[in-house]
Design a protein around this ligand. Structure first.
Ligand code: PEP
Length: 248
């Protein structure tokens, strides 16, 4: 039985006070659920959010990292720095990183390998654009992104990997994939994992859906057989909405 995982991706939102107010509002309620809850904060608030969630079940996540250990990479943050702050999860290959910051499948792969090596749990994002969906390329794109991201990752490395299927056209647009369509793609990702790692691993790895998840559609999405959680952008910024999803 896979434990559902709901992760909030705050993106470039929340000053320190706003961040602390939000975690304060969600942490008690989170303690009552069996769902794993993660907040993926901006780097600037991670250390204080870490203190604020101490003693609660909320897990800490970052939204990006560099693949090198250290060096002349102005503006970047390393896996060691995230570990140092007590970060558990790190989002890798979010479509906004791919789209606006030129992250390729190969870069995503380097980051995934480094995150696993350092004991961070990567949430690897994959998903097709609208253009790709309209050309019936969804499965090809998801296959390429998933298998390239996992190149060189062995069975053991898969223990902590989470995959998020996020159709790009559904992110921040209010459009959601139908729960059946999302489940079909996620089942396909699981099939890819089975081919690469065997059934034991493919049945264990959690695969989330992301793209305009709200309290009103969370139950339907989470009831699908292969969907193990959600990566939530906009609705993770307000405690009431995020908790509405956590308590699907
Ligand atoms: C995301 O950024 O990962 C996301 C799914 O955003 P939203 O929920 O706003 O569509």
């Amino acid at each position: 039985m896979r434990k559902p995982i709901i992760a909030g991706n705050w993106k470039m939102n929340k000053t320190m006070n706003e961040a602390l107010e939000l975690v304060d509002e969600i942490k008690d309620e989170t303690n009552k659920t069996d769902v794993e809850v993660v907040v993926c904060c901006p780097f600037t608030v991670i250390s204080e959010v870490k203190k604020a969630i101490e003693g609660s079940k909320v897990k800490l996540g970052a939204q990006n990292m560099h693949w090198e250990d250290e060096g002349a990479f102005t503006g970047e943050i390393s896996a060691n720095m995230l570990k140092d702050l007590g970060v558990d999860y790190v989002i890798i290959g979010h479509s906004e990183r791919r789209q606006y910051f030129g992250e390729t499948d190969e870069v995503v792969n380097k980051k995934v390998i480094k995150a696993i090596e350092k004991g961070l749990k990567p949430i690897i994002c994959v998903g097709e654009t609208l253009n790709e969906r309209e050309k019936n390329k969804t499965f090809d794109i998801v296959k390429r992104q998933t298998l390239t991201a996992l190149e060189g990752v062995g069975k053991d490395g898969m223990n902590d990997v989470v995959i998020a299927y996020e159709p790009v056209w559904a992110i921040g647009t209010g459009k959601t994939a139908s729960s059946q369509d999302a489940n079909e793609v996620i089942a396909y990702i699981r099939f890819l994992l089975q081919n690469k790692y065997g059934i034991e691993v493919s049945e264990r790895v959690r695969i989330q859906y992301g793209g305009s998840v709200k309290p009103s559609n969370a139950t339907e999405i989470m009831n699908e057989t292969d969907i193990d959680g959600a990566l939530v952008g906009g609705a993770s910024l307000k405690a009431e909405e995020f908790l509405g999803i956590v308590n699907f």
